[in-house]
Design a protein around this ligand. Structure first.
Ligand code: GLP
Length: 234
């Protein structure tokens, strides 16, 4: 893992943009994208750049079960607002949280990932060390699957909803095995509330109890963190 510590999100987002730009120059065609507050400034940097994504494909990590793409809390809506409306891609894939048959949906999503190998995957990290919606205890071997969200994730994500009770209890998420297939991964984290998860990810043992620790087994991971998120590192 290459760890880059920056002063703030803006500096981190600019480094992220430089990496995207290098990878595009080297022929990257498919980008794995994440939602959450973490990549918002990074997406702003992309929007304000002159990079052209009209022949690129994006594949997002996850989507809430039960929310339609037009729902303001859905990740499809988030991505449109924060990136896709301003930077058109050739294709934008996200799981369909409204699929009538979720088993079929997860298989179809795996086929999409297989057909479009991810050149660069962007990741955030949950306070409990989750990546995508792969909660602690998820097997490292799973590909796309339906996840029961933990109470701590529901609570953390409730800030985007009117009530905690409105937060969906399930999501469709790329699995750890799917995420690890990406050629290069960038994980970003900002703030003290991520410091413990970041420490476990970088310095702890590789364990399914802290899903992000699996990134130690991938040979091209760039971690971009601010000083607060880095504050517990040795
Ligand atoms: C969600 C998403 C993750 C994200 C995490 C952290 O649960 N499924 O992809 O990395 O939360 O969110 P934030 O960036 O808002 O801290």
């Amino acid at each position: 893992m290459k760890v880059i510590t920056v002063k703030n999100q803006l500096e981190g987002a600019k480094i992220g943009l430089d990496i995207v730009s290098e990878k595009m120059a080297a022929g990257a065609k498919t980008f794995g994208l994440a939602t959450g507050s973490t990549p918002v400034e990074f997406y702003n940097q992309i929007i304000n750049s002159d990079l052209d994504f009209t022949d690129k494909t994006s594949i997002n990590l996850d989507e809430y079960v039960g929310l339609d793409g037009s729902d303001e809390q859905s990740y499809r809506y988030f991505m449109s607002q924060h990136l896709f409306n301003e930077k058109p891609f050739k294709a934008n894939f996200l799981p369909n949280g409204k699929a009538a048959d979720l088993d079929k949906e997860v298989k179809a999503y795996d086929e999409i990932i297989d057909a479009h190998p991810i050149d660069l995957q962007i990741l955030g990290i949950g306070q409990n060390g989750h990546i995508g919606f792969n909660e602690p205890g998820t097997s490292f071997d799973v590909t796309t699957h339906v996840v029961d969200l933990t109470q701590s994730t529901i609570k953390a994500n409730s800030r985007y909803f009117a009530n905690e009770a409105d937060v969906p209890k399930q999501a469709v998420s790329m699995g750890i095995a799917s995420i690890l297939k990406s050629k290069t991964l960038i994980l970003m984290a900002w703030g003290y509330e991520k410091a413990e998860a970041v420490k476990g990810m970088i310095e702890g043992e590789v364990t399914e109890s802290l899903p992000a620790s699996v990134l130690q087994q991938h040979d091209d991971v760039i971690v971009i963190i601010d000083e607060a998120a880095a504050s517990l590192l040795n």
